[in-house]
Ligand binder design. Structure first.
Ligand code: ADP
Ligand code: ZN
Length: 731
């Protein structure tokens, strides 16, 4: 008797192993999806291996219930990536394989989406509509539509005729119409569109391109180009070059960097419509983009972090724009870094990877120091534009009743008088971060978190920015009944005070509250770019990547929080956010100015940033981190646990600590467990254990041992726990 094939399937369950099934009569290749019985369910999984043996006796194995793909979704290289991700991030392989897929494929839907088409039969075409109309007006209406359009997607009726479902059913029963299920046509990714020529390149740009073009095969380059140095132009030239040899290009951008303007710009300059991949698409749109990249139809794909998992047909180049951006790191479930995986992908496929930023991460600069990445610098802005001048405004000397100090208001006035545009930056949305009682001093807090409620005046609500809880704005204190007052400033309040100070000017606020509705962000950005709005106020949404030609003044309202961050990345983050927002000023002919309000003007950080620029801050960072053995001078991972009861989280981590101490792995420091600084969030207590080692291998050996012991442990039942490798937020 012929031996039955055994397939090893990655199933979406939090268990770190594959599950064996009998293939039965099916011919199944690795990389295909299958449906398999699992407990009482029938789950979708991805076949990772086909084998002729199993550790279990054959008679204990169940049969695959259905094969969902006739051709593999993933190639052998793609499957290797999934395995690597699972091993490196210590995350169950089944969850990794699932997270990597678009939602529809995860649910077991076909690779090519289907739709139902409605058509009149011969009988239907001959049917007399007037007679039908008397007895069945809706049926007659549907038939009339079909006589006009011949065939249409069933879903089109939603917009045209209400209550169509049972009339259609009747029409089918009478054989007047028929419904067929057809594959949806995929999006056309047009190419050979008219191309707009770019500007002649500057000397620096040419030199950078010459360096980049000599690179064949795997090689990582970091373009450190100051804001406005024309990095996008370099990307466009590289992409054009790669397109000539019929290769696909993946461009990764931060979450808020994927604006319609960027897409338009790429299309005009490349003559190719790029495919897009981000979380704002519908499930079908995402699947379409994924398929086109997989088939090779999409030549250029611009996407946010999850695009790194797309199995491209013939990927030739990966570009990671704003490589320092924290949105490349997923902060829950599978905590991967798309930037780091881009480098792994490049290595696997033997293709170049280009990272770009005006404020590169310490990690990437370290690679340049060690010569594993090549550093390409663009130290000057393009054309006549120069970098803006930065100045501190000492808040110990100047009050700021409305959030803005006297000198700041004066400067805004001056800028507006000369028809310049102003950007007021504050990374805190809402009206005020605190609501406090004027009688007893009671502060409104979130019932679920150790945090204060933020006042949102426009919606008249108090919101918790950590768990999303909200309740109506309490005008009277719930304790003593006295009046409550908002304390401090958010973007909403700044918008209000700017309107008051400059009543004749248009003020536009851009943050995640003001741009919730589809299309609002695009419109606001257009008004900002055209110069129609003279005063912009907003969060980091405004600070990244944009080019507002008329902008000459940037105000940083409050930077002091960042000065005293407990996270070892505090200074790096603060320098990045200030340089990025400052980089919006003076990008064309007029000199830009940046005013930074601080109550600590003597802090050494300011000296480094203002006199020595980004490199000076980085130099200091290298020193500090080497001294205290933080990354990139060591490797770290966090074991996090949350529980409804405080003790459960701690007991679990104490247990993990004992396991770690006895694991017999040398050279790994274990710190904690400690409470997370915000100990309670969304009703759960949070604590963590930090693991640190100078050797990556030791750290991973330790994590592997811990993970296996913890997965099977009874102690794990009362907690939710996770491993975060290379965490970017320690708390
Ligand atoms: P970065 O991404 O480095 O901040 P951009 O790529 O946005 O800079 O370029 C800044 C501005 O300079 C853009 O308006 C761009 O069109 C323009 N630009 C880029 N390269 C050139 C060039 N060689 N000549 C003229 N203008 C250029
Ligand atoms: Zn909360």
């Amino acid at each position: 008797m012929k031996q039955q094939a055994i397939v090893r399937v990655a199933i979406n369950v939090p268990i770190s192993r594959l599950f064996d099934y009998l293939a039965g009569d099916h011919e199944i290749k690795p990389g295909c999806r299958v449906r398999v019985p699992f407990g009482s369910q029938n789950l979708v999984g991805v076949v990772l291996e086909v084998s002729d043996k199993s550790d279990l006796p054959t008679k204990k194995l169940k049969l695959v219930s259905k094969v969902l793909d006739s051709i593999p979704l993933y190639s052998a290289t793609d499957l290797r990536l999934l395995r690597f991700v699972s091993n490196y991030y210590h995350h169950p392989i089944g969850e990794v394989a699932t997270i990597a897929l678009p939602a529809l494929l995860r649910q077991g839907k076909p690779l090519v989406p289907m739709f139902k088409q409605l058509m009149a039969t011969k009988l239907g075409e001959k049917c007399d509509l007037n007679t039908l109309k008397k007895r069945a007006p809706i049926q007659s209406k549907i038939l009339a539509e079909l006589k006009q359009t011949k065939a249409m997607p069933l879903s089109n009726l939603d917009k045209k005729i209400s209550g169509w479902r049972s009339p259609v059913k009747r029409l089918v029963e009478k054989s007047l119409v028929e419904i067929s299920v057809l594959p949806k046509k995929s999006t056309e990714y047009l190419f050979d569109l008219p191309i707009q020529e770019g500007p002649p390149l500057t000397r620096d740009q040419n030199a950078a391109l010459a360096k980049l073009r000599t690179k064949k095969g795997f090689q990582v380059s970091l373009i450190h180009g100051v804001t406005g140095s024309g990095k996008t132009e370099i990307y466009l030239n590289l992409i054009k070059n790669a397109l000539k040899s019929v290769q696909q290009i993946l461009v990764l951008v931060p979450e808020i960097g994927l604006t319609p303007q960027i897409l338009k710009h790429f299309q005009e300059r490349l003559g190719v419509k790029p495919a897009v991949y981000h979380s704002g698409l519908t499930d079908t749109e995402r699947l379409c983009a994924w398929r086109s990249a997989r088939s090779g139809k999409a030549q250029v794909l611009i996407g946010t972090r999850s695009a790194i998992f797309i199995p491209f047909n013939c990927l030739g180049l990966i570009i990671v724009d704003e490589e320092h951006d924290s949105s490349y790191k997923q902060q829950d479930s599978l905590r991967y870094s798309a930037r780091d995986l881009a480098i792994l992908r490049g290595k696997q496929k033997n293709i170049p990877v280009v990272l770009g930023s005006a404020t590169p991460s310490v990690e990437s600069l370290m690679h340049c120091r060690e010569k594993t990445y090549s550093l390409i610098e663009l130290p000057k802005r393009v054309g006549k534009a120069v970098l803006p001048k930065m100045k501190l405004i000492d808040l110990t000397h100047h009050g700021r009743p409305d959030g803005l100090s006297g000198p700041v208001v004066e400067s805004i006035k001056k800028a507006l008088d000369t028809n310049g545009q102003v950007l007021v930056f504050l990374n805190r949305r809402g009206f005020a971060p605190t609501l406090v009682c004027s009688g007893c001093g009671h502060v409104s807090e979130c019932a679920q978190c150790d945090s204060r409620m933020t006042v949102h005046a426009q919606t008249n609500m108090l919101k918790c920015h950590h768990c999303g809880a909200q309740r109506p704005y309490e005008k009277q204190c719930t304790v003593c009944g006295a009046t409550c007052n908002p304390l401090g400033h958010g973007t909403e309040r700044l918008e209000e005070s700017l309107r008051r100070s400059f009543p004749s000017q248009r003020v536009t606020r851009i943050d995640s509250d003001s741009t919730r509705l589809k299309g609002t962000l695009d419109k606001a950005l257009m008004n900002a770019t055209s110069g129609e709005t003279k005063i912009l106020v907003g969060t980091q949404m405004l600070s990244k990547g944009h080019h507002f030609p008329n902008l000459i003044l940037v105000i940083v309202v409050n930077a002091d929080q960042g000065l005293f961050s407990t996270d070892f990345r505090g200074a790096e983050r603060l320098a990045q956010s200030i340089i990025q927002v400052a980089g919006r000023a003076g990008r064309e002919l007029r000199q830009g100015k940046v005013l930074i309000q601080t109550a600590f003007p003597a802090h050494p950080f300011w000296q480094q940033l203002l006199t020595g620029n980004y490199y000076a801050v980085m130099e200091n960072e290298f020193e500090e981190r080497e001294k205290s053995a933080w990354p990139p001078f060591s490797r770290i991972a966090l074991l996090r646990a949350t529980a409804i009861r405080r003790n459960d989280a701690h007991n679990f981590l104490e247990y993990a600590r004992i396991l770690a101490d006895n694991a017999g792995v040398a050279g790994v420091r274990v710190l904690g467990p400690v409470n997370a600084p915000m100990e309670r969030k969304a009703g759960r207590y949070r604590a963590q254990l930090l693991l640190q080692s100078s050797k990556r291998q030791n750290l991973h050996e330790m994590l592997l041992k811990l993970r296996h012991k913890l997965e099977g442990s009874a102690k794990a039942r009362r907690v939710r726990w996770s491993i975060d490798v290379d965490p970017i937020e320690l708390f």
